[in-house]
Write a protein that binds this ligand. Structure first.
Ligand SMILES: Nc1ncnc2c1ncn2[C@@H]1O[C@H](COP(=O)(O)OP(=O)(O)OP(=O)(O)O)[C@@H](O)[C@H]1O
Ligand SMILES: O=C(O)[C@H](O)COP(=O)(O)O
Length: 403
């Protein structure tokens, strides 16, 4: 595996932060429930060591993050005030949520900070410049601070302004979470015990297809579930009812399947699925063969036959990386496939890695997180590591000036 650890780079432990304004890019992209409350605060808790470390040493801590995918405009339910409240409770100290991430009000708030204070900038993705890696936007963020810390492992596969742009304008170091995550993946993936499996589900289908060719070059077995399954089934020519299919990616999926065949990687799709009339609690459901999905019905979970097969297959492997739930597990009727896969990993005598906000949320709900070797805060970032590709956020630290 290629070396993706910023070994030459300083971590936050090696710099003097007393009285300095430190801009910390965190990944507070937490899952929200239907009421808009935080459904799982793992990502917030995982960022505490760096924040505590900086505060205890007298830094003025300026936190920033994205939440969900607002497209460059303010979405009230995606304001980061709810994250600031949770952080305040966990740290037992005030965390002031600002109403923007750049601009005169932000600059005055930063100017008024005392050593050990913490502020949280507003959702970076309320500005389209964040995703566009706009240089003036990155410069304005950088202008708020003396030092930049990347602690957003979960966002480090994104070449966005706060991840790769800011470290071009400020001395930059690695945060404790980023360091812990990258070392865990490197250790686990350097010489994985075989057979080695990846389980891929969830909703971010295009993102995951991007790295599957590389994933195939590393694993022996690939199990596909969740929202991914519909596009794979459609690529084999089956009807998928009203399930969401990425029709413009069907050729990519066929290429991935052919690639898997050539390399002798077993790629298994669910043999049966739970379908629903709507992805809602209480909606009518049926279990059907994956090759006979009725018109108008939506795949909501892998079926019991698929869960048996996936569990059996996972019983024979020594290393597993799992990203993306097998179904819409937030609704109890569609959680069984995800629960069965989580249980299979918990029983495995080998190395198990869970990646992703929702996948972690699911494993926490089943009370199985402690049974896993590594529960990562990254989803797409974990897959990028699994694919053996460098993370842009880590590369940006390599290229940055050190304090
Ligand atoms: N068959 C399905 N149809 C629609 N959505 C699904 C299906 N199966 C799972 N999902 C949804 O996928 C979502 C999670 O997918 P996602 O790809 O974001 O995984 P993740 O673990 O959160 O990784 P990341 O951290 O990259 O977001 C869940 O909210 C779940 O309801
Ligand atoms: O949830 C994640 O994987 C990270 O927070 C990145 O979010 P994104 O896929 O919306 O860029």
């Amino acid at each position: 595996m290629q070396n993706v650890i910023p070994r030459r780079k300083k971590t936050v432990r090696e710099i003097d932060v007393q009285g300095k304004r430190v801009l910390v890019r965190a990944d507070f992209n937490v899952p929200l429930d239907e009421e808009g409350a935080i459904a799982d605060d793992t990502r917030i808790r995982a960022s505490l060591p760096t924040i505590r470390y900086l505060c205890e040493r007298g830094a003025r801590v300026i936190l920033c993050s994205h939440l969900d995918r607002p497209k460059g405009e303010i979405v009230e339910r995606l304001r980061l005030a709810l994250v600031a409240n949770r952080l305040s409770e966990l740290l037992d100290q005030p965390v002031v949520a600002l109403r923007d991430c750049i601009g005169p009000e932000v600059e005055s708030a930063v100017a008024a900070m005392n050593d050990g204070d913490i502020i949280l900038l507003e959702n970076l993705r309320f500005h389209s410049e964040e995703r566009a890696d706009d240089s003036p936007f990155a410069e304005r963020l950088a202008g708020l601070a003396d030092v930049y810390v990347n602690d957003a492992f979960g966002a480090s596969h994104r070449a966005h302004a706060s991840v790769v742009g800011v470290p071009q304008h400020l001395p930059a170091v690695t945060g404790l979470l980023l360091e812990r995550e990258v070392s865990a993946f490197t250790r686990i993936l350097e010489k994985p015990e075989r057979p080695f499996a990846a389980v891929i589900g969830g909703a971010k289908v295009s993102d995951k297809l991007e790295v599957l060719d590389n994933v195939i070059s590393r694993v022996n077995l690939l199990l596909i579930g969740g929202g991914m399954a519909a596009t794979f089934l459609a690529s084999r020519g089956y009807q998928t009812g009203a399930s969401r299919v990425e029709t413009d990616r069907l050729d990519d999926v066929r290429r991935i399947e052919a690639n898997a065949g050539r390399r002798g990687v077993r790629l298994i799709l669910p043999r049966d699925v739970v379908v629903a009339e709507r992805l809602e609690a209480g909606a009518p459901t049926r279990v059907v063969s994956a090759t006979e999905i009725p018109d108008g019905w939506i795949i909501a979970d892998i079926g019991p036959g698929a869960a048996d097969e996936f569990s059996r297959e996972l019983g024979n492997v020594r290393t597993v990386v799992w990203n993306g739930p097998m179904g819409v597990f937030e609704i109890p009727e569609f959680a069984e496939g995800t629960r069965r896969v989580a249980a299979a990993l918990a029983n495995l005598r080998g190395t198990t890695v869970i990646g992703g906000g929702s996948t972690t949320d699911a494993v926490q709900r089943f009370g199985l997180a402690d049974e896993m070797t590594h529960v990562s805060t990254g989803g797409g970032a974990a897959l990028t590591m699994l694919a053996g590709k460098a993370l842009p956020g880590v590369e940006a630290l390599d290229d940055a000036e050190t304090p």
